[in-house]
Every structure is written in structure tokens, then in C-alpha cells.
Design a protein around this ligand. Structure first.
Ligand code: DGJ
Length: 745
């Protein structure tokens, strides 16, 4: 393996080289670590020569404008007066002070100096802390740089980690704090990393929205000052997601120009601060949200943060998406327990809601199996007292009025039909109307003497109490021991309010740690278990949870038209292979819109296909169409999971979302088009395809299994697919098509 990380002892320069980008920093004579450069680089230009002219000027204390430094990990203290990555408070008690200084307490001044470094080459999974199960490329050696920094006075140590994945141009950064002093240290703010971008003007792209409208792309210009994206929560959040692109203004396009990108591997109180300074480059601080944050480090204690994953692409934000998708697929997602493909799923939520009977479930299961479903998941409503959302959460035992003989008769029926069995749970919650709450009213987040607000009639369990985390783990473990459950849909359905906990303000990250630890333990003990992350739809999607789950519920909004916008945004950062989508009723339950089955399937087939319709009410002909489409999906599924996504046009910008997914060797590809808006007579041009083999011939077919036509790679990559123009665009209204292109010669 080539040396990705080098240190020049003369120049005191670290250079981290990836396939098409590099990152450099330098130790100053007094031990301060400063950033040098982070940019895309032409890999043919070797060796990379960085001169002092590439760097930013040293701090100049006599100049009003330059009294700052490009600290690699800026701390509150020294001469910093902008946003910082770390603020620590050291008690002055015990330090001999002169009489006048006695009242100055605590000492909020941290100055980090280089102590040493280590370069490790190993196959550890990265993404601090550990995964639930090893990722696919577990045996791949990667380099990690660990830089040891220490305060110039206190025995307080900060270790900076940089783990490289050169083929994805990705660095994972995280920090470890160690309090080696004799007194507790209060940490008042903590980022996982600060990234400096070269001087320039930039636009920020991220996704925003709300429940049922997640992942809508937003682009805004970064102007002087701080632009903050944040979530004060116990989930990742519906309204904003911790992943972004930053592009030099006017330079980045879907396929060209530099695009910086980043994502936090964390599912709770996160913040991303984009700080445009008057004289310096843009700095991005990514880490814990600080409005209600505290971390107390007792003497001898350490704290390791989650990771901030970032990189830069030289081929536009399409290239940035591709790097993130590949990294997530190869290094973040756990190796699936069963097959390498995500099973086609049936979920009964929209079919029956709380009106569940064992007979109706068995009947749905038998129809689901007949149309090609591989995993049957029972949603909310199966446990004690749960006849509506007013009661039952917390009591994770089967409701005997619905399932008199427990779940086994249903599970046996499902297995006999050749499917796996999955179950919905919402383990972090409790309804006041439950045995658990009656026994332990103190086990919920609340402030004594203050109201306990119920949202969706539920309260949040206090994961700051180790006994609560143990109890929740034991309940889920008991279910897995008793029943052959190989899939949990892990839901989380309310915002965090009144966050009173025995863990104080540490509850934010302790809750996330509790969720991660339960998932990790369950997966370790039950290696056949797979998990879907759901939080009222797409409220818990990030690189931290993706290390522990196979797929995510993208949104509660199953309307195919709305969904296309959501998919365009989701796929900017997260791979289609984890994006669960369902075909639901013709008359959509969320929007009331009526859409033809073809559009509902073409949209749902872009990710992990699920069926949520009441199959009992469909005609034989409709069921046959379901069966045909599912068979087609199973054929194209490996391309969705392993192919490279090209977003050829988006619903928001062009009125039509056109996706192409293509296998790395160009042998197979899918073209998926959904027209969401067009005026009669407005003809949208065909999209030239990408990544095919120019002089190969491709056979083009659709769900009918018929060959529609044969064309060369060159023609497809210059003229696009014929037929779109006339057949698809000339008619007004919502229409779609999905075709498979297979190399035949
Ligand atoms: C919210 C989820 O997103 C839905 O799919 C469903 O599982 C309900 N919760 C059940 O309460």
C-alpha cells in the first residue's frame, strides 16, 4: 500500500494524500498545529510540492485584522475570538493563585501544543465508536494519523484522529479527550473536527424539510458570519440532516468542478457551523450542539467523539455523492446477515393500522408471498394494550387478545410461505397508559414539579439511567430469544422536550450512546438480526446509525410524486441501496392524490422495495401487475445496490427526476424517469446516459420482460434513450418509466 500519510520532520509538515485530493497541516515552532491546505489535486501531478506560499500568513499580533491563527483544532483560549471546536473550564481551586486572582474561576483557557504522533495501518472499521457489525471491506488496511496534543499548563490531552479512505477521497476525523489532572474538567462545547476550506466564496447545499417532507435540497450562499445547521434532539432530525456540500460559487455542477462534502456520524444533538471569517478561509465546525450541552470529565476519564466524515471531489456534487455512497456501502453499512441483497418487504401499517388480527396478517402474508415478497413485517399494534396510539408503548409483550397463542403461529405461517419475519418496535418510548410507566413513573425524561408533555401520547425513557438501558435491552433480547425475528423496524416518534435526566445535560449524547449500545449488543448476540432505522419516517438517517442498520425508512409520505423530490435530496448524500420505499394505495393516505400503479412502482423501485397496500382488496389483474413488477425489481436490484448513481435531472430543477444507475464495468444499467410536472407541448430533451461501454450493444427491456430495442453505448451516451421525447414528455401529467439496459455484445 502506498503511503497515504507522510510527515516531513524538517518542515514539520503532515500531508494526507488521497486518490484525487490532499490535506496538509504543519506544527509551528511553539508546538501549535495549524492548517495548511485541503483541496482536490490532479493525481498525475506528483510529487505534490507545498511551498510556504501555499499557506496562510502567520498571525500578526500588531495587525488588527490578522490576530488569529488557522488552528487545526481551535480551542477557547489563547488569542482565539471566533467559533471554536473545544471549550474547557478548569477549576482554579487547588492552583496557587495570588490573592487578587482568587475570584477568577474557572479558568477557560486551553492552548494545545503538539506532543507526538503515530501513524497506524490497520483494518479497524473507523467511524468512532465501533460498529454493530463489521463493514463489508473489513479486511482493507487503512491508515490513521493520531496527533497527540496537550495543554501547555494543565495535564489535559486531546488526541486528533484522521482515518483515510483514499479511494473515496474521504477522511474521518474524531477526537479523544483525556483528563489527566487531579480535578474534574467541564467541557462546554465540543466539535468532532474543524475543517478549513481555501479562501473563496462558497455556496452551501444541504437538505431540509419536516415530517413527511424530509430531504428537500436547499442551496444558500455563505456570507460573512456563521451559518448554523443544528438539531437539539435525540434523533437526527426531520427538519435538517447533518450532511452537506460546499461548492465554490459558480464553479460546481453535477459533473464538474470542486465540491467539498461532509456528514456527521451521529444521531443526536448535532451542529454544523459554517463560519466565514473576514480575513480567513471558511471554517466548518461539526460536532455536538452546544445550547444545552455539558460533558464532565472526572480525573482519569476520557471521552471519544463520533466522527465527522468529509472530503473533496473534483467532479462536481455528482462525484461527491458517489464518493459518499461508495464509502457508506463499503465501510459504514454492516455486512448483511442474510443475503447480499435487501429483501422485498411487506409492511401492514397502511393496510390495517391498529386494526390487527392474526387472521388478517396470515392472509396478507399469503398474498404477499405469492407476489414475490421476501420479508413480512408486522408494524405497530401487536403488543399489550396497543389498540391505538394512546397506550402500550413500553410493554413489549404480545397482546393476547390479538395473538392468543403468541406470535409463533403467524411466524410459522410466514416462514412456511418462504419469507422472513420482522417486527416493529419503538423501544425508547413509553405511554403513561402502560405497565412500565405505572411501575416506574420516574424513568422518563422530565423536570420535577414541571409538566410532562406528551407528544403522540408518549414520553421518552431516560436513557441517562443505566437500569433503563438495561431494561430496554432485556425486553428486546427476550423477544428475539422467544421468536424467530430477523428484522426490527426500530421507530422513534417524538421530539425531545423537557430533557430532565439523572444524567443532567449529558443526556443528549448518553441517549444516543444508549440506542447504539442496545443495537450493538442485540446484533452481536443475534447475528441474524437486521434493523431498519425509522423515526416517524426519515428522522434518523446519518452515518452513525447506518453503521448499525441495513436500511432506513425515508419518509412517512408514500405519495410517489412527493417521494421523488425526497429521493432526489436523500440521494445527494445517502445511497439508494438503503432507501426503503413502499408502493401503497392508489388513493394515497397522506396526500389524497391518486397515482397510477406504474408511477408508484417506478418510484419505489429506486431503493429498497416495499409493499404497503392492503393486498386483500386488489383484483387478480392488479396482483399480477404487482408480481411482474416485483420480479423485475429483483432482477435490477443488484444494480441499485452496487451501481453508481447519476442524477441526470431532478424534479425540483427540471420537472422530471431522471436517475441512471450503472454497474462499475458498464455491463448493466437502469434508467428511471419520473416526470412530476410538465406543460402540454413542453418537450424536455432526452438525457444522454453515462458510464456505458461505447462500442458495446445494449438490450433494453422493461418490467414486461420484452426487449424494446437494442442500441450502442455510444448512441445511448450521446442521444439518450429514444422514446422519452415522444412517448413520455408529450403527454401532460405525472408519468414514469424504468428500463433495464444489459450489454449483449
Ligand atoms: C411511524 C412510522 O414511520 C410508520 O411507518 C409507522 O410505523 C408508525 N410510526 C406506527 O406507529
Amino acid at each position: 500500500m502506498t503511503e497515504a500519510i507522510t510527515f516531513d520532520p524538517q518542515e514539520k509538515l503532515f500531508v494526507l494524500r488521497m486518490q484525487r485530493s490532499f490535506y496538509a497541516m504543519r506544527i509551528l515552532s511553539d508546538g501549535q498545529l495549524v492548517h495548511v491546505k485541503f483541496a482536490a489535486a490532479d493525481p498525475t501531478v506528483q510529487p505534490l510540492r507545498l511551498s510556504r506560499l501555499d499557506e496562510y500568513p502567520e498571525a500578526d499580533f500588531s495587525s488588527w485584522e490578522n490576530q488569529t491563527r488557522l488552528w487545526e483544532f481551535p480551542t477557547f483560549g489563547d488569542i482565539s475570538y471566533h467559533d471554536v471546536a473545544l471549550k474547557a473550564a478548569f477549576p482554579a481551586g487547588g492552583i496557587p493563585l495570588c490573592a487578587q486572582d482568587g475570584a477568577i474561576d474557572p479558568i477557560r483557557d486551553l492552548r494545545l501544543r503538539y506532543r507526538g504522533h503515530e501513524i497506524r495501518t490497520d483494518a479497524a472499521p473507523g467511524l468512532s465508536p465501533a460498529h454493530g457489525r463489521p463493514a463489508r471491506k473489513q479486511a482493507t488496511l487503512r491508515q490513521t494519523l493520531i496527533i497527540d496534543m496537550q495543554d501547555l499548563g494543565f495535564d489535559f490531552c486531546v488526541r486528533l484522529f484522521y482515518r483515510l479512505t483514499p479511494e473515496c477521497d474521504i477522511i474521518e476525523r474524531w477526537v479523544q479527550l483525556e483528563n489527566r489532572t487531579a480535578t474534574p474538567v467541564a467541557i462546554e462545547s465540543l466539535a468532532f473536527a474543524t475543517i478549513h476550506l481555501p479562501l473563496g466564496e462558497y455556496d452551501l447545499t444541504h437538505t431540509a424539510g419536516s415530517w413527511a417532507r424530509e430531504f428537500i435540497p436547499v442551496t444558500q450562499s455563505l456570507h460573512q458570519g456563521s451559518t448554523v445547521l443544528k438539531q437539539q434532539g435525540l434523533n437526527t432530525g426531520h427538519s435538517i440532516n447533518p450532511a452537506f456540500f460546499v461548492q465554490p460559487r459558480g464553479l460546481a455542477t453535477p459533473a464538474g468542478g470542486p465540491a467539498y462534502f461532509g456528514a456527521l456520524a451521529y444521531s443526536g444533538n448535532w451542529s454544523l457551523r459554517f463560519e466565514a471569517l473576514p480575513t480567513d478561509p471558511i471554517r466548518i465546525h461539526g460536532g455536538y450542539e452546544t445550547d444545552d450541552f455539558a460533558l464532565h470529565l472526572a480525573p482519569g476519564q476520557t471521552h471519544t467523539t463520533p466522527a465527522f466524515v468529509f472530503g473533496v471531489a473534483d467532479d462536481g456534487f455528482g462525484g461527491a455523492s458517489h464518493r459518499l455512497h461508495r464509502f457508506i456501502h463499503d465501510y459504514v453499512l454492516p455486512v448483511p446477515a442474510h443475503t447480499s441483497s435487501r429483501p422485498v418487504l411487506y409492511n401492514s401499517w397502511e393496510a390495517v393500522y391498529f386494526d390487527m388480527t392474526v387472521e388478517s396478517q396470515v392472509r396478507l402474508a399469503s398474498i404477499a408471498a405469492a407476489i414475490g415478497v421476501e420479508l413480512f413485517c408486522v408494524d405497530d399494534g401487536w403488543f399489550k394494550g396497543r389498540r391505538s396510539d394512546h397506550a402500550g408503548l413500553g410493554d413489549w409483550v404480545v397482546d393476547k387478545t390479538i395473538f392468543p397463542e403468541g406470535l409463533n403461529p403467524l411466524i410459522e405461517a410466514v416462514k412456511k410461505l418462504g419469507m422472513r419475519f420482522g417486527l416493529w418496535v419503538e423501544p425508547e418510548m413509553v405511554n403513561p397508559n402502560s405497565d412500565l410507566y405505572r411501575a416506574h413513573p420516574d424513568w422518563v425524561l422530565h423536570f420535577p414539579t414541571r409538566p410532562r408533555t406528551e407528544l403522540r401520547h408518549q414520553l421518552i425513557l431516560d436513557f441517562g439511567r443505566p437500569e433503563v438501558v438495561r431494561h430496554v435491552h432485556a425486553m428486546l433480547d427476550a423477544l428475539l430469544q422467544e421468536y424467530d425475528i430477523t428484522f426490527f423496524k426500530w421507530d422513534m416518534n417524538r421530539h425531545a422536550t423537557e430533557p430532565g435526566s439523572v444524567a443532567g445535560r449529558e443526556i443528549w449524547f448518553r441517549h444516543v450512546a444508549g440506542v447504539y449500545s442496545i443495537m450493538d449488543q442485540l446484533r452481536k448476540k443475534h447475528p441474524r438480526l437486521e434493523i431498519q432505522s425509522c423515526s416517524g419516517g426519515g428522522g434518523r438517517v446519518d452515518l452513525g446509525i447506518l453503521g448499525r442498520v441495513e436500511q432506513v425508512w425515508t419518509s412517512d409520505n408514500t405519495d410517489a410524486l412527493d417521494r421523488v423530490y425526497i429521493q432526489d435530496g436523500f440521494s445527494l448524500f445517502y445511497p439508494p441501496g438503503v432507501m426503503e420505499c413502499w408502493v401503497t394505495h392508489e388513493h394515497n393516505h397522506q396526500t389524497g392524490r391518486v397515482l397510477q400503479l406504474e408511477v408508484r412502482f417506478d418510484t419505489a423501485m429506486r431503493g429498497v422495495l416495499g409493499i404497503g397496500t392492503n393486498l386483500d382488496r386488489l383484483s387478480v389483474e392488479e396482483l399480477d401487475t404487482y408480481r411482474r413488477n416485483i420480479a423485475f425489481y429483483r432482477k435490477i436490484r443488484p444494480i441499485i445496490e452496487q451501481g453508481r448513481l447519476h442524477r441526470l435531472s431532478t424534479a425540483r430543477d427540471h420537472g422530471a427526476s431522471a436517475w441512471q444507475m450503472v454497474l462499475p464495468d458498464g455491463s448493466q444499467s437502469i434508467y428511471s424517469l419520473v416526470v412530476v410536472h410538465s406543460l402540454l407541448g413542453h418537450q424536455v430533451p432526452c438525457h444522454p446516459l453515462r458510464g456505458l461501454v461505447p462500442n458495446a450493444t445494449y438490450s433494453i427491456s422493461d418490467a414486461s420482460e420484452r426487449e424494446l430495442l437494442r442500441l450502442s453505448g455510444t448512441q445511448l451516451m450521446t442521444l439518450g434513450l429514444p422514446g422519452d421525447h415522444r412517448h413520455i414528455y408529450v403527454k401532460a401529467g405525472i408519468r414514469s418509466r424504468t428500463v433495464l439496459l444489459s450489454r449483449v455484445e
